[in-house]
Write a protein that binds this ligand. Structure first.
Ligand code: HEM
Length: 450
């Protein structure tokens, strides 16, 4: 099988057209790889057989001592996994907590808008700025601090947070010999685990000082997530793993989504106009977007939903594993098989979606199809017990940032490029990223800050 230019999601979708919605592939000396490629196969894996199919297949690259024992993302559905998900749910992502974080998101998005206003008329790589805004939202929620410096003095190079998170994604997605022939594990011939381990160490160093200072200060009145962890007697290693699993899955997924949404809107000027009109009508041309406006912006929501349909960031979900032998679509899945759910082929299935490859946000306007994990033809956040725990927060953040970018600026492409020339090629690097990052020129519209 040729895995051309990171487009494995397309290769597997093509294979599914030929061999059916549930494929069993055999590589090396490990249990088979099952690929579910339509909504019925996904419903069986994530609903009917959720209990047996919710383990994790742990790539060799992430088996970094000191981290993996405390990981929630790579754990099976153990007591530890339940405990950490409960903490996430109650302390970070319950509706009450997400509501209480509104002020932080509004402040951080204002900083993003101010930065773009300072760069007015210049070419900016939008993904960097968006990524910065998102990790600053997370940094403020977790330990009351910005992590990203828009002026590039600290973190925005290859060795910065963005570079490292992307590197961790690339490493986790890279074909690695021990994943097919476990006997080669200890040798780590491609050095993938060693490089992952170095990245994890550097990430831990970022917040290591903050954690140390907070423990020493004994003042835990800030009421941020770090205080909660310290007061609950989490060890440094546990805190490190938790923070890594907030910044890692939390940043690239949301920033890719906004970058794709902006790219689709710039390529489809009539949809962009429709969104601008909605924002002008609901918010008013000269007022800034506030988070409470989101519930009155159905076309904005439809744009984000349509983006997540065409460009699902976690394309194969995270790799599941059968914890016992089970039947899916009358096919026996042996214990320990790795299970991938190809959301790209599910979301573009022409039997379910009309004009499946076209960007048409309108399809979601009078539709009850949602991403809460009940409609298996549309599962950008997964479904069942492993569904993304940050779904509500991610949905709000992506809508809010997109609305602010569109309402505050007019956008054009550099070098006289016309919208139809915009490169829309994607590549799978654990998230479905744009191969060529979106470069744009922003021109401010007059909007008053409340
Ligand atoms: C548009 C944004 C996002 C999308 C589309 C997304 C999607 C997903 C998907 C598909 C999964 C895998 C589900 C499975 O394996 O069955 C997942 C898991 C996860 N996501 Fe998200 N996510 C997003 C944002 C976030 C954010 C903002 C955070 C944290 C701040 C986050 C944290 C996690 C974690 C920790 C898991 C692992 C859960 C587990 O293993 O039980 N995600 N996400």
């Amino acid at each position: 099988m040729s895995v051309s230019e990171g487009r494995i999601h397309v290769v597997l979708a093509d294979l599914a057209n030929k061999y059916g919605p549930l494929m069993m592939l055999k590589f090396g000396l490990v249990p088979p790889l099952m690929v579910a490629s339509n909504h019925m196969a996904a419903a069986e894996v994530l609903k009917s057989r959720d209990g047996a199919c919710s383990g994790r297949n742990v790539p060799h690259s992430v088996q970094v001592p000191g981290y993996i024992e405390h990981s929630m993302v790579w754990a099976d559905c153990t007591e530890h996994w339940k405990l950490v998900r409960k903490i996430w749910r109650t302390e970070l992502f319950s509706t009450k907590m997400v509501d209480s974080q509104t002020g932080i998101r509004e402040e951080k998005v204002r900083e993003l808008v101010e930065f773009l206003r300072r760069r007015e008329g210049q070419v900016v790589q939008l993904s960097d700025a968006i990524f910065g805004c998102i990790i600053n939202v997370l940094g403020s929620i977790i330990f009351n601090q910005n992590v990203y410096d828009y002026e590039g003095k600290a973190f925005d190079n290859e060795k910065g947070m963005k570079g490292m998170i992307r590197q961790l994604m690339v490493l986790a997605a890279k074909p690695n010999l021990p994943d097919f022939y476990p006997v080669f594990g200890p040798l780590d011939l491609q050095g993938i685990r060693r490089t992952t381990s170095e990245c994890v160490k550097r990430m831990n160093e970022y917040w290591g000082g903050i954690v140390k200072e907070r423990r020493a200060s004994k003042d835990h009145s800030r009421n941020d997530f770090l205080d909660v962890l310290i007061q609950a007697d989490f060890t440094d290693a546990q805190v490190d793993a938790l923070l890594l699993e907030i910044f890692g899955p939390g940043s690239d997924t949301s920033s890719c989504t906004i970058e794709w949404a902006m790219s689709e809107l710039i390529r489809n000027p009539n949809k962009l106009l429709k969104l601008q009109e909605e924002l002008n009508t609901v918010i008013g041309q000269s007022k800034e977007v506030r988070e409470f406006d989101l519930e009155n912006l159905p076309y904005l929501h439809a744009c984000i939903k349509e983006t997540l349909r065409l460009h699902p960031p976690v394309t194969f979900l995270l790799p599941h594993r059968a914890t016992k032998t089970c039947e899916v679509m009358n096919c026996t899945i042996p214990k320990d098989s790795q299970i991938l759910v190809n959301t790209y082929s599910i979301h573009t299935d022409p039997a379910v979606w009309e004009d499946s490859s076209k960007f048409k946000p309108e399809r979601f306007l009078n539709s009850t199809v949602d991403y809460q994990g009940n409609d298996f033809q549309y599962i950008p956040f997964g479904a069942g017990r492993r569904i993304c725990p940050a779904l509500n927060m991610a949905s709000r953040t992506t809508r809010f940032i997109l609305a602010s970018l569109i309402h505050n600026f007019e956008w054009s492409l550099p070098d006289g490029m016309v919208p139809t020339e915009l490169d829309m090629q994607d590549a799978f690097v654990l998230v479905l990223a744009k191969t060529v990052p979106l470069s744009v020129i922003a021109r401010g519209r007059s909007v008053s800050v409340c």
